[in-house]
Design a protein around this ligand. Structure first.
Ligand code: ADP
Ligand code: MG
Length: 306
């Protein structure tokens, strides 16, 4: 079953084209990451899909329902976390969540639903506070909670982890991963590692166009670059020794005892590196995968398209 469908969607702001003939289909149960630099059109696409912004042309369907014909029904099906997570700082967490719930279901008591999302998003320790008194991480949980309070089957989350510190970021990613077991999720981000950590499919958008749409596992193939690993040994090793390793393609020295190893066959070679060290009595001080720079990916992708 198709949860989210975009058919030839274009969007102009005045004369500026923000979306250029976007086509996509997201099936029930998928967790899709929309990856793109600032200004790519991620937020615009999400606003169109959630019925908050009419497209200039094309059609958006949620569970087969045209968002322009039936926006009320569409908003019932969707939980939406807008960009920058707008909240009312003077409202209490519980009060705000009940308020949002009432917008969907006037006649039902909100208490059970509010308690459910407070637990689901880990808000329990802070739920008696005013929103303005919360840390950024907890505010983001409130944003997720308001998106979930009417128990929608589809979640559309616009940069849900932006501005969070590393711990908060991991907490929010964990919540989203758990939600993804039951719901269809579409999130946007400009962090590649986020897509790899959370999503099973990645859609790359640049200048209003989808330039790649692949399973996350194939991301390194899209990027067309081998995986690279930073490793620091306690001992002074030599380039030629490392270059002879069967799982290594290329060696670059980045510090006295620090190396950048390019993997053969795009494999995660962290275990191989560790085994090599153990076998030869070397000590690994640090070992990590090199972070891919989004900018590099984009240059590569847009070049390939043109
Ligand atoms: P992203 O979320 O990927 O950063 P946006 O969808 O916010 O991208 O923006 C896409 C393009 O549309 C950008 O060039 C942006 O400047 C422009 N844009 C977005 N919102 C508006 C608006 N309300 N009025 C005019 N231009 C806009
Ligand atoms: Mg945006």
């Amino acid at each position: 079953m198709v949860s989210i469908e975009a058919i030839n969607i274009s969007k102009f702001y005045g004369r500026q084209k923000a979306l250029d003939n976007v086509q996509l289909q997201i099936s029930k149960g998928e967790i899709v990451g929309m990856l793109g630099p600032n200004g790519a059109g991620k937020s615009t696409l999400m606003r169109v899909l959630t019925s908050f912004l009419p497209p200039s042309s094309g059609t958006a369907l949620i569970n087969g329902i045209d968002v322009r014909e039936n926006p009320i029904e569409v908003r019932r099906l969707i939980g939406y976390l807008p960009e920058n997570n707008p909240l009312y700082p003077d409202m209490y967490v519980k009060e705000y969540l009940a308020f949002v719930f009432k917008m969907y279901k006037q006649t039902t008591n909100a208490t059970a639903a509010v308690n459910r999302v407070i637990d689901l998003t880990g808000l329990r320790p802070e739920y008696t506070k005013k929103i303005g008194a919360l840390s950024k991480g907890y505010r983001q949980r409130v944003g997720l909670a308001q998106a979930l309070v009417h128990d929608p089957e589809i979640l559309i989350l616009d940069e849900p982890t932006s501005g969070l510190d590393p711990n908060q970021l991991l907490d929010i990613r964990k919540i989203i991963t758990d939600l993804g077991k039951e719901k269809t999720v579409m999130l946007s981000t400009h962090i590649m590692q986020e897509v790899e950590a959370v999503c099973n499919r990645v859609i790359i958008i640049d200048q209003g166009r989808i330039v790649a749409d692949e399973p996350t596992a194939d991301l390194s193939k899209i990027v067309g670059k081998s995986l690279r690993f930073r490793v620091e040994f306690k001992e002074q090793l030599t380039r030629s020794l490392l270059a002879r390793l069967p799982f290594v393609n290329k060696v670059e020295q980045i510090q006295e005892k620090g190396w950048l190893l390019e993997a053969k066959d795009n494999k995660d070679i962290r275990e191989d590196i560790f085994q090599f060290a153990v076998t030869n009595n070397y000590n690994v001080l640090s070992l990590s995968r090199e972070e891919q720079k989004m900018e590099t990916v984009f240059r590569r992708l847009t070049k390939r398209q043109n």
